[in-house]
Design a protein around this ligand. Structure first.
Ligand SMILES: [Zn+2]
Length: 564
C-alpha cells in the first residue's frame, strides 16, 4: 500500500471519527452542550394520552416533539406509591423513595406523631402571598441531591435553576436544594398569586411582582370553559353527561363550565383560586409564567447550561375529578398541546432552535373511574381503609388485649404503636407478621408486606419490587399493602363501587406506572424505543449530557439510545 492511499485512509477514518463523535453526547472534548435544559412534567399523564387524542393535536406541540425527538414508549415507574411528590423527586434525583425519602405526598412521621406534607417546613414562610404568616415550603425532607443540585455545584453556582408549577411540591422538589427559586400558585389566598418561600428569597423579584399585579388568575376565572371543538367530535371519550364524574356545582358534570358563576360558590369555602387548578386556563397561566421566567431570569443566555423545570398540574386535579376517559380531560390535553406548541416557539425564539434540550414525562398515571370500569366489566372495586382499620383493631384487641395498637393507617401504610408493643414486651416483627396475615385475607387486599421482610429480603419482580423501591426504613410503616388491580381506596367505609365518582392513582399497576417520556432539541436525534425504562433514568442521562457528577442517590441508568 503506498503512503498516499494509506494517509487518505487515515484521514477518512479520522473524519468519520470526528463526524461520529460530534453526534455523540459527552464523548468528545468541547462537545456542544445545551444552553438550557427544560424539564416538563405533565401531572397524571398516562402514556396513551399522547396517542389517544392525536387526531386533534396540532403539528407543533406533542407531535413536533415526537416527530423530531426521541420517544421512549415503554417508560414505567419502578416504585410505589405513584404520586406527585415521589414522582417528581424520582425524576430529578434519579432514584426511588427508598433512597430519596419522599415516600408520599404526605406521610405519617412516627417520631413527631404527625402527618405532614412532603415539602412542609415550619421554619420558613411563604413569600409574596397576601396571607403573610403562612408556612412556606422547602426541600428539607428530600434526602439526596437532584440533577439541578449537581449542575449548580459543578458550575460553582454560575448555572441557574428555576422551577415553576401550580403545586408547591411540584416546584420545590424538582428544584432540589440549590434552586435559585421555586415558584408556585397560592391557591388558598385571593387573588391567586405566584409565591415562593423564604427558603429561597426574602422578597419576590420584580418580574414576579409585576406578573402578580396583572391578577391573571382572577381574569381567567371570569371566563366560561367550552370545548375547543364541537363537543360531538370528542369521540375518544365517553359522553359528557355521565354518572362517573364529580359534579362541580351545577346539576350535571357537563359543559359549559361557567367559572364566573362557580367562583361565587367556591369563594364561601375559600376554594375560589383552587379552581384554577382544574381549569385549562391554569396551564395557560403557568406557560405565561414560565415564559416570563425565561426572559426575566435570562435563562440560557450564557455559556453555562441552566435548568427550567415546569410541572403542569391541571391535568392531575382535573383528572381526579373527571377521570381519564372524559371529554373534559380530552379538551384539557388538546389545549395543553397548544400551550406546549407556544412554549416551544418561545424557546426557539429566545434560546434558539437546537440550543435547548427538553424532556417531557409524567409523575404518574391514573386508573379509570371505578364505577366506569365496573360498568364495562373490567376488574375493579373499593378498598375501604376505615373498614380494614376497624376489623384489624378488633382482631388485635381480642388477641393482645385492649389497646390502641394502630398508630396510623392511611392509604397503603400501616404504622403500629411501637411504644405499646415494647411496653407489653411483645415482639415487633411477629406482630407485623400477624397483622399482615390478618389483612391479606380481607377483600381487596392482594398483598401485605412487613417492614421486617422488606428489610431482610430482596424482591426483584412484580409489585413487591415496586413496594420495596418505595420503602424507606425510617419513614415507612410497619406493614405495606397492595390492592387488587383496578381498586380505588376510599375513606367512606360504606361506598359501593357503582357509586364511586372521580379517580385516584398510587398503585404499582400499569395504569399508574406507564407514562410518556420524550426527548427533544440539542443533541437529540429522531427515534423511538420500546425498551422498558424508568423516569429515574432521566437524571443519569442528563448527568452524561452535561458532564456532571451523578446525583448522590442515583440508581437510574443513562438512556443509551440517545448516545449512539
Ligand atoms: Zn401528580
Amino acid at each position: 500500500m503506498n503512503n498516499f492511499i494509506k494517509s487518505k485512509k487515515i484521514i477518512t477514518v479520522l473524519v468519520l471519527y470526528i463526524i461520529s463523535s460530534n453526534f455523540s453526547y459527552g464523548q468528545t472534548e468541547g462537545s456542544k452542550k445545551p444552553k438550557l435544559v427544560v424539564g416538563i412534567v405533565v401531572d397524571q399523564m398516562r402514556s396513551e394520552q399522547l396517542y389517544r387524542y392525536e387526531a386533534k393535536y396540532s403539528e407543533d406541540g406533542f407531535k413536533r416533539i415526537i416527530r423530531d425527538g426521541f420517544n421512549y414508549k415503554n417508560t414505567q415507574y419502578n416504585f410505589t406509591p405513584t404520586a406527585t411528590a415521589p414522582g417528581h423527586s424520582s425524576i430529578y434525583t434519579g432514584t426511588t423513595p427508598a433512597m430519596h425519602g419522599i415516600i408520599g405526598n404526605s406521610w405519617y412521621n412516627r417520631y413527631e406523631n404527625k402527618y405532614a406534607s412532603s415539602v412542609e417546613d415550619t421554619t420558613v414562610v411563604l413569600i409574596g402571598s397576601k396571607n403573610q404568616n403562612k408556612t412556606g415550603a422547602s426541600p428539607k425532607q428530600l434526602l439526596t441531591t437532584t440533577i439541578s443540585d449537581q449542575l449548580r455545584m459543578s458550575t460553582n453556582f454560575r448555572s441557574k435553576v428555576i422551577s415553576v408549577s401550580l403545586k408547591d411540591r411540584a416546584a420545590v422538589l424538582p428544584g432540589g436544594h440549590l434552586a435559585n427559586a421555586a415558584y408556585w400558585h397560592d391557591t388558598e389566598t385571593s387573588p391567586g398569586y405566584f409565591v415562593s418561600s423564604s427558603y429561597y428569597m426574602n422578597e419576590l423579584p420584580n418580574w414576579v411582582r409585576e406578573f402578580n399585579k396583572l391578577e391573571k388568575s382572577s381574569k381567567y376565572l371570569d371566563t366560561v370553559w367550552n370545548t375547543l371543538y364541537p363537543i360531538e367530535n370528542y369521540t375518544e371519550s365517553y359522553g359528557d353527561n355521565n354518572k362517573y364524574e364529580i359534579v362541580l356545582g351545577e346539576n350535571s358534570p357537563t359543559f359549559p363550565y361557567d367559572f364566573k358563576k362557580l367562583r361565587e360558590k367556591y369563594r364561601e369555602r375559600n376554594l375560589e383560586y383552587f379552581m384554577i387548578g382544574f381549569s385549562p386556563a391554569g396551564n395557560t397561566l403557568l406557560t405565561e409564567f414560565a415564559m416570563d421566567a425565561i426572559k426575566n431570569e435570562n435563562l440560557g443566555s450564557d455559556e453555562e447550561t441552566d435548568i427550567l423545570t415546569i410541572s403542569y398540574s391541571v391535568t392531575d386535579k382535573a383528572g381526579h375529578i373527571f377521570g381519564p376517559n372524559s371529554v373534559e380531560i380530552e379538551d384539557i390535553y388538546i389545549r395543553l398541546d397548544l400551550e406546549i406548541s407556544k412554549l416551544l416557539k418561545y424557546l426557539d425564539k429566545e434560546i434558539g432552535k437546537g440550543e435547548y434540550t427538553l424532556f417531557l414525562t409524567s409523575d404518574h398515571g391514573a386508573v379509570p373511574i371505578a364505577s366506569y370500569l365496573n360498568d364495562i366489566k373490567i376488574p375493579t372495586g373499593v378498598a375501604r381503609i376505615a373498614r380494614y382499620k376497624d376489623r384489624l383493631s378488633n382482631y388485635l384487641n381480642t388477641k393482645y388485649g385492649e389497646g390502641s395498637w394502630i398508630q396510623n393507617f392511611e392509604d397503603d401504610q400501616l404504622y403500629l404503636n411501637r411504644t405499646a408493643i415494647f411496653e407489653k414486651g411483645l415482639q415487633l416483627e411477629s406482630m407485623q407478621q400477624d397483622v399482615a396475615n390478618f389483612l391479606v385475607n380481607l377483600e381487596g387486599i392482594s398483598g401485605a408486606l412487613t417492614a421486617y421482610h422488606l428489610q431482610t429480603s430482596q424482591y426483584n419482580f412484580g409489585l413487591r419490587e415496586l413496594v420495596q423501591n418505595g420503602y424507606h426504613q425510617k419513614r415507612s410503616g410497619d406493614v405495606l399493602l397492595t390492592f387488587d388491580a383496578g381498586l380505588v381506596q376510599d375513606d367512606d367505609s360504606e361506598i359501593e363501587v357503582s357509586s364511586v365518582k372521580g379517580t385516584i392513582h398510587g398503585s404499582g399497576y400499569s395504569y399508574d406506572t406507564h407514562v410518556p417520556l420524550l426527548w427533544f432539541g440539542n443533541g437529540i436525534t429522531h427515534g423511538e424505543s420500546v425498551r422498558k425504562v424508568s423516569p429515574i433514568d432521566i437524571s443519569s442521562t442528563l448527568t452524561m449530557i452535561l458532564n456532571l457528577q451523578l446525583p448522590s442517590g442515583n440508581s437510574g441508568y443513562p438512556l443509551k439510545e440517545l448516545f449512539k
